[in-house]
Design a protein around this ligand. Structure first.
Ligand code: IPM
Ligand code: MN
Length: 359
């Protein structure tokens, strides 16, 4: 297969982890005889430094002309505690999601059996955790009207949703549930928010066309608690933009490191793949960041194009690195392996017929 992939390394550890994902894709090309081309462009703080804008037109055009986008990370602390800045790196990613129409963000949460003891939660709580968050990505409070009064003493962000925005992601989430364990949990705040009540109405109606899927509703505060108390109860979680942002970081704790969680952002025409973690500025350039979230994002890219065996071989190679302890220091404080070494190990272990588990 020929694929034209746009690479957006972004800020902080983004370039380091993205390099490892590309190594793995190149190993897949060689092993399975594909032909991927890669074109790189800047986004985020680094793009602001170079061009004054976090999403230069050149970058957006490259993404629009690519089959898929592989994204590193975004954000720089120099913007975080400065409320007066007008242009922020994050706007680059938000604008990109909007411009590419990536309304569904898929974030799988799974516990690797080899990492059970890395979790701060008890083994009996986290065993069998395997759920996927469907986070709405181009609407809600992230994109609603923002206002600040003249004296800068009152500010507001509007959380608005339309039936159309809810139903297109709801169908994707119901379909995903059908292919998994037939359970869908809508997370909202319908006891307080009108927009959440619209979500409930729309999702309940759509649920009638998926009678095999058990539909449940959970208020977001309760959901935050349930995710930590009993994560294995979940199969597919459907939620709006900001709730999804918050509960996905929370969920990453279950598996022991946020450095493990990939995501896919899908629209009707385009797709982008990125780790859920941020730019981890303290680790930048130190070769210590965990590349697995980025590598698993590349695996999701392969699956998106129907390259299931290829994706499986990447996953098996990741499993092997975890089994053999070829991991970064977030997973083992005594580890002597850096980001690039872990990437090399995983890329080298991408094979057509993955080794059996005893190798
Ligand atoms: C994420 C990130 C982004 C978000 C930021 C960087 C804008 O936290 O992808 O989860 O809030 O969506
Ligand atoms: Mn986030």
């Amino acid at each position: 297969m020929n694929l034209n992939i746009a690479l957006l390394p972004g800020d902080g550890i983004g370039p380091e982890v993205l390099d490892q994902a590309v190594k793995c894709l190149q190993a897949v090309e060689e092993t399975f005889n594909h032909n991927f081309t890669y074109k790189e462009a800047s986004v985020g703080a680094i793009a602001i430094d170079k061009t004054g804008t976090p999403l230069p037109k050149k970058t957006l055009d490259l993404c629009k002309n690519a089959d898929a986008v592989l994204f590193g990370a975004i954000g720089d602390p120099k913007y975080d505690n400065n409320p007066t800045v007008k242009v922020r790196p994050e706007q680059g990613l938000l604008q990109l999601r909007k411009e590419l129409g990536l309304y569904t963000n898929i974030r799988p949460v799974k516990v690797f059996s080899t990492l059970i003891e890395k979790s701060p939660l008890k083994e009996e709580i986290i065993t069998n955790t395997d759920f996927t968050i469907y986070r709405e990505l181009t609407g809600g409070i992230y994109f609603g009207e923002k206002k600040v009064n003249e004296s800068g003493t009152i500010a507001s962000d509007l959380c608005e949703y339309s039936e159309k925005e809810i139903s297109r992601i709801a169908h994707m989430a119901f379909k995903a549930s059908k292919n998994r364990n037939n359970k869908l949990t809508l997370v909202d705040k319908a006891n307080v928010l009108e927009s959440s009540r619209l979500w409930r109405r729309v999702v309940s109606k759509i649920g009638e066309s998926y009678p095999e899927v058990l539909l449940e509703f959970l208020f977001v505060d309760n959901a935050a608690m349930q995710i930590i108390l009993n994560p294995s109860q979940f199969d597919v979680i459907l939620t709006e933009n900001m709730f999804g942002d918050i509960i996905s970081d929370e969920s990453s704790v279950i598996g022991g490191s946020i450095g493990l969680l990939p995501s896919a952002s899908i629209g009707d025409e385009r797709a982008l793949f990125e780790p859920i973690h941020g730019s981890y500025p303290q680790a930048t350039g130190k070769n210590i960041a965990n590349p697995i979230a980025s590598i698993l994002s590349a695996a999701m890219l392969l699956e998106h194009f129907g390259l299931f065996e290829e994706a499986m071989s990447v996953r098996e190679a990741v499993d092997k690195s975890l089994r053999k302890g070829v991991v970064t220091s977030d997973l083992d404080e005594t580890s002597k392996y850096g980001t690039d070494h872990v990437g090399d190990f995983i890329a080298d272990n991408i094979v057509d017929n993955p080794d059996d588990f005893n190798m």
